[in-house]
Design a protein around this ligand. Structure first.
Ligand code: TYM
Length: 331
């Protein structure tokens, strides 16, 4: 079986529709055909300002949502990144292989360092993609299901694996990104020239744990385009196209079919129906997430079992890498 790894940050409690359609939907589907490792990347969540109590709670909420969305701990290894110290152990070696120049080219760092400025950002924010590479390489993953915004980080991961293998001999699997065909980049409802993200104002970002009434309001207020026809046109009508893309991804109906369905009707009809489609999807997910959060001890047991399984695999890679780079074995 191919091996798959992916991770998600536990930021701000709830995942959003972009996370689900770009990445998590693939996570669930891949369990059927791959040996999957999925982690909540709490180490990545401290690269920018954070609150310790919120982080702890958000990590549990993230795990509960993953289970509610269909990640099955009997088939996949679900764990919390900080429970598996091998990620950091491999990351240091990768930091010493990665070049300052290549890390400087990462567009996510350029975006995320804008608030504090380069000089005021943490070193962790700068080396973030190297830790991400270690997350992937430590499991010898073949494929990494992610949204479009992670493409550059996956290229860096491949470069680091190839560099390591070239210098020390075949050791690390060179992974490929698995980016979905549709909805690889869900756009913000208020600023449809940007990707949906929690770092933008909340009105443009549909959270899975939002009350469906809030969601309906966000969708109703979504920025649409001039004109009246409900047709997909990514250049001319990015807002409407985004709504159609979300509808299509959740309802399973093709874009062409939806265009016919809405022929002669306006943007209001599209928004109303989309709000219903989203509500049908999130309602059971919200319920199940809440049930799982009602028993945090059980949730933590599941995560503990996942971490133990993950460590078995990760420890083998670290042992191999440490031997190859010349660290003295512990006698
Ligand atoms: P994160 O936590 O920002 O996002 C999790 C996943 O959601 C995808 N995504 C989107 N897809 C489509 N449209 C959007 N608007 C959208 N916003 C987010 C992301 O592409 C991602 O797949 N660096 C990663 C976390 C990470 C990771 C890893 C991923 C750490 N280690 C190892 C894969 C493998 C991140 O910040 O994702």
């Amino acid at each position: 079986l191919p091996r798959v790894l992916s991770g998600i940050q536990p930021t701000a409690g709830s995942f959003h529709l972009g996370n689900y359609l770009g990445a998590l939907r693939q996570w669930v589907a891949l369990q059927e055909t791959a040996e999957a490792f999925y982690c909540v990347v709490d180490l990545h969540a401290i690269t920018m300002d954070w609150d310790p109590e919120e982080l702890r709670q958000n990590t549990l909420t993230a795990a509960a949502q993953l289970l509610a969305l269909g990640v099955d701990p009997a088939r996949s290894t679900l764990f919390v990144q900080s429970h598996v110290p091998e990620h950091v152990q491999l990351s240091w070696v990768m930091e010493c292989l990665a070049r300052f120049g290549e890390a400087s080219r990462m567009t996510q760092f350029k975006d995320k360092s804008q608030r504090e400025g380069t000089a005021g950002s943490s070193v962790g924010l700068f080396t973030y993609p190297v830790l991400q590479a270690a997350d992937i390489l430590v499991y010898q993953a073949d494929e990494v299901p992610v949204g479009e915004d992670q493409r550059q980080h996956l290229e860096l991961t491949r470069d680091l694996a190839i560099r390591f293998n070239g210098r020390f001999g075949e050791t690390l699997t060179v992974p490929s990104a698995r980016i979905p065909e549709g909805a690889a980049k869900v756009l913000d409802l208020q600023s449809p020239e940007k990707k949906m993200s929690k770092s933008l104002p909340p009105a443009g970002c549909v959270l899975l744990l939002d009350d469906p009434k809030v969601t309906a309001k966000k969708i109703r207020s979504a920025v649409t385009d001039t004109g009246r026809e409900v047709v997909a046109d990514p250049e001319g009508k990015p807002g409407v196209t985004n709504l159609l893309t979300i509808h299509s991804a959740l309802s399973g109906r093709g874009i062409g079919e939806l265009e016919e369905h809405f022929a002669g009707r306006g943007y209001g009809d599209l928004k109303k129906e989309l709000a219903e489609v989203v509500a049908d999807f999130v309602t059971p997910v919200r319920q199940r997430t809440q049930e799982l959060l009602d028993d945090p001890a059980e949730l933590q047991r599941t995560l503990g079992q996942g971490a133990a399984r993950a460590r078995e695999v990760a420890a083998r890679t670290v042992a191999d890498v440490y031997e190859k780079v010349g660290f003295l074995p512990l006698a």
